[in-house]
Design a protein around this ligand. Structure first.
Ligand code: UD1
Ligand code: UDP
Length: 364
């Protein structure tokens, strides 16, 4: 039985790494489950893709569809055409997609239309904000998914409300946290630590890449001005996503305590997260990692598809109005940020549960 494992963009790589490890371990015990790794090419810079394969010991993709960048429809269409062609030449028994990026949705549609079963890792999460492409990707993918691997009870309930058969839902936990816990002892201090004389809990780290925050120069400028002002002179490290880099370059923005760097590798990025005073982000994955690492996290979004990071974890939703930043930063400086607990099954064992379920549904 061969499954296709699909990955296309940065957060996918952390999610597939432990699944591949778990399959390989099971193969040593005689499992007949095998996989083909398909990279769509949605992200292609070394800093957004290749480096994670090296760091997380992910094998080279068997196939790279090399779709590159484009509008939502261009990317979706190109991935579908290329993945469909691959499947027609060389089919698989099940298509396993992760997360909520365009590659997730496009490959699930192409597979399902060829009557291939679809499994969705991180199924069922919803922000209910249809202005974000990811929410459409989630809804479309889940509407044609056969097996849902979920990260939370809220996700299970979302699926049940949408009429999904509970037998198709496998509450397994969070593969991104498998990767975090497995690699925690390997987190590595980046060279900028010494260059900038950083000290534990005396700097901030920020990541921003949502179109609503970074595509328009005025909004990005207002957010960064407010963050730099409220940081009380502490350094702010900003690994800049390529989408954000375009806007920053177009306006030549800079602040004395803001240090813009290229996107960091996983081990260096999470070293900085672990030791930061707090994180400011609009990433989904980063809110999960800060929850498990117990680091205060401020999210510059109006909604989240990961509510457990707020109700249980260390994350607070600030919205995208810059005026919310100063009071939140004040709370961090006063030491009044909530502590949080770790959500159920975010225990480093999720990928093993997924592989057990796959063996069962595929009868291998
Ligand atoms: C995508 C995902 C988003 C995810 C993010 C993770 C969708 C709809 N969005 O957003 O959910 O949080 O990845 O990082 O799937 N670019 C490069 N080099 C690269 C990749 C992109 O320069 O390797 C630039 C291109 O100019 C491109 C832009 O970044 O147009 C946006 O890339 P894209 O993949 O369309 O969306 P992201 O904003 O990265
Ligand atoms: N990340 C990284 N280097 C960076 C920024 C983020 O390795 O410079 C990792 C982060 O630890 C997490 C993942 O990228 O594992 C999150 O991806 P991203 O924020 O791009 O996507 P999202 O989770 O918002 O979809």
């Amino acid at each position: 039985m061969r499954i296709d494992i699909i990955a296309g963009a940065r957060p996918n790589f952390m999610k597939i790494a432990p699944i591949i490890d778990a399959i390989r371990i099971r193969q040593l015990d005689g499992s007949k489950l095998s996989f083909r790794l398909v990279h769509t090419g949605q992200h292609y810079d070394k800093a957004m893709s290749g480096r994670f394969f090296e760091e997380l010991n992910i094998p080279d993709p068997d196939i790279n569809l090399e779709v590159g960048s484009g509008t939502q429809a261009e990317q979706t269409g190109n991935i579908m055409v290329r993945y469909e062609k691959l499947l027609m030449e060389s089919p698989c028994d099940l298509c396993l997609v992760v997360g909520d990026v365009t590659s997730t949705m496009a490959c699930s549609i192409a597979a399902k239309k060829l009557n291939i079963k679809v499994a969705h890792v991180e199924g069922g999460i919803r922000s209910f904000d249809l202005t974000m492409p990811e929410e459409i990707n989630r809804m479309v993918t889940d509407s044609i998914t056969d097996y849902f691997f979920t990260t939370s009870e809220v996700a299970n309930q979302n699926l049940i409300k949408e009429g999904v058969d509970p037998k198709a839902i496998f509450f397994v936990g969070n593969t991104m946290i498998d990767t975090l816990l497995k690699n925690q002892s390997r987190f590595s201090q980046p060279s900028l630590w010494k260059d900038l004389s950083l000290k534990e809990k005396e700097y901030f780290i920020i990541t921003l890449h949502r179109p609503s925050n970074v595509d328009e120069v005025n909004q990005l400028q207002k957010l960064l001005s407010e963050i730099t002002l409220s940081a009380q002179q502490l350094p702010i490290i900003f690994p800049v996503h390529p989408r954000t880099r375009k806007t920053l370059l177009s306006a030549n923005l800079s602040w004395s305590n803001l240090f813009c760097v290229d996107p960091l590798g996983y081990l260096e990025f999470n070293y900085l997260v672990k030791h930061a005073k707090a994180v400011i982000t609009d990433s989904g994955g980063v809110t999960e990692e800060t929850t498990v690492l117990g680091v205060p996290c401020m999210t510059l979004r109006t909604s989240t598809e990961r509510p457990e990071t707020v109700t249980m974890g260390t994350n607070e939703l600030l919205g995208i109005d810059p005026s919310a930043i100063r009071p939140a930063m004040q709370k961090v400086f006063e030491g009044n940020w909530k502590r949080g607990i770790i959500p159920e099954k975010w225990d480093g064992q999720t990928a093993g549960r997924i592989v057990t379920a796959l063996e069962k549904v595929l009868s291998v």
